[in-house]
Ligand binder design. Sequence first.
Ligand code: ZN
Length: 193
Amino acid sequence: MGNFETHQRAGKKYGVIALIVATAIAFQWNGELSAALLVGLTAGAYGFVASLLPDIDHQDSIPRRKAGKLLSVVILVAIVLLPAIAPDFTKGLGRLAIMIGIGTDPLVVGSGVLLLVGAGLLFTGGNIFDRATTHRGFTHSLGFAFCLSLVAFFSLRYVGSIDPSLGTLSSELGVLVALATAGGVVVHLYVDQ
Ligand SMILES: [Zn+2]
């Protein structure tokens, strides 16, 4: 497992990569450099913070099995409800898949991606990395990465609603921040290996 400094170093590197990749994709999507940079910077910052978050479970007393079950339920509910309550999120996922040449309709493709991710997470119990890590809190799982990415996405909506100048973040572009957040958790799990 990595100590705090190791995680911080990996998180910073990852944050910079997330910033560059998210800015590039956002620019391709909406063609506005300032908006793309805002998305990129947010993705980098969220990714960095997410790469440090899993270790909050050191003092966690929630029994692991219970938390795992709860995550499974959250994932199932998210798969069923997201296309309806967060079409932007689903469409954003779809647009990413379309960029690599899969399908044509963002909402349909996005729903498919969501289904695949959910099935994968449930199939693996959301814990691909878990056996390899030394501390085994539920925050050290891919299920946590998935849930945190949703939290990140909805937090952007909230940010956009209090400051309209940040409204760009509460669109399909928010998906880039959500994915950067999930990636941050994955980077943490990788360092812990
Ligand atoms: Zn850790």
